[in-house]
Design a protein around this ligand. Structure first.
Ligand code: DGY
Length: 329
């Protein structure tokens, strides 16, 4: 009789995903404690598992792969994989998958939500009610700015950026410009989006939305020099990774009026500290990394991750493989 493979799941997930694993002959153990496990705790749990479903971004570095080289596959419940040392995974011969596409719409919604909320100082104004500061109808107090016909700049236009651009064009007729390593043909064809260099992106965007992956090239790419190049009326949105934006410089740029506002779904560090000075500013809106946090998307992410683990359990190629070189070895 063939051994039944076991999946370790580092955080609780929608039941449908778990059912999907058992329907395909896998067993599982789930971390049901409501806390992020340390890497050491995950290493211990993985000693009795064949496959890992890494939920919640537990970092997987060389030390992890030295201790878990027996794993047959790892599925990440995220599209981002900056928390995984892919070279170490490949050297250990372990395929790693992610969850592209399924979260694009939900994450673009959060970027759109932040863009609109910042433009009307919505979180700050809502908080004033809780603080008992809604005293009067003041005609000129804390006015917002409108998005109609403005220019949306996208840094790192992929699937999520395309979704945001589509929504912003439909809602506000926004002109779309973007900067990537290479032009994106779909963006040109579907949205008539204009490919620009980085400096043009900074100087022309009314709203600049960050969708790039975190890498040595993108780390702190938005800093005091770049904010100084942006319009004083510009809004910066980040739903990519917190470390792409230098938060201290962002605060200074906002206070000095180098840019007008900022909306962040990702921060550096995460969780953001409750006493972050950014949270005191009227034209700043911060969310706790909820880009993909809808019932539909989280369920689809786990089903996609489970599907990849099922493939790995049968020694088949994972459909959403990241370190494809592992199959060439
Ligand atoms: C992703 O999928 O990368 C989201 O940011 C959640 O981590």
């Amino acid at each position: 009789m063939k051994d039944i493979m076991k999946v370790y799941i580092s955080r609780n997930v929608p039941q449908e995903g778990l059912n999907y694993l058992t329907e395909h002959g896998l067993t599982y153990t789930v971390n049901m404690e409501n806390k992020k496990l340390t890497q050491e705790e995950v290493i211990i749990e993985c000693q009795s598992a064949d496959l890992l479903l890494n939920v919640g971004g537990v970092p997987l570095d060389q030390h992890f792969f030295d201790n878990c080289a027996h794993l047959k596959g790892i599925a990440l419940a995220s599209v981002g994989y900056d928390h995984v040392d892919m070279d170490a995974a490949s050297k250990a011969g372990i395929p790693v998958s992610n969850t592209p596409d399924v979260l694009s719409g939900a994450t673009a919604d959060v970027a759109f939500l932040l863009m609109l909320a910042v433009s009307r100082k919505a979180f700050y104004r809502a908080n004033e009610i809780r603080e008992g500061k809604w005293n009067d109808f003041e005609f000129t107090k804390d006015l917002g700015i409108e998005l109609n016909g403005k220019t949306l700049g996208i840094y790192g236009l992929g699937r999520i950026g395309l979704e945001l651009a589509r929504k912003a064009q439909a809602a506000y007729g926004m002109k779309v410009i973007y900067h990537n390593r290479h032009p994106n043909e779909t963006a040109k064809r579907v949205l008539n989006a204009e490919y620009v260099n980085f400096d043009e992106l900074l100087t022309r965007s009314d709203v600049l939305s960050v969708h790039a992956n975190l890498s040595p090239e993108t780390q702190y790419r938005f800093n005091k020099e770049t904010f100084a190049r942006m319009k004083n009326s510009a809004i910066l949105i980040n739903t990519g990774r917190g470390k792409i934006v230098h938060e201290q410089d962002l605060y200074t740029a906002l206070v000095n009026g180098d840019i007008w506002g900022a909306g962040l779904d990702v921060t550096d560090p995460e969780p953001m500290k409750a006493d972050s000075p950014l949270l005191t500013l009227p034209s700043v809106c911060v969310l706790p990394h909820i880009g993909s946090a809808t019932i539909e998307t989280r369920t689809n992410m786990i089903k996609m991750a489970a599907n990849n683990l099922i493939a790995a359990s049968k020694s088949n190629h994972m459909p959403q493989i990241v370190n494809v070189e592992v199959y060439k070895a």
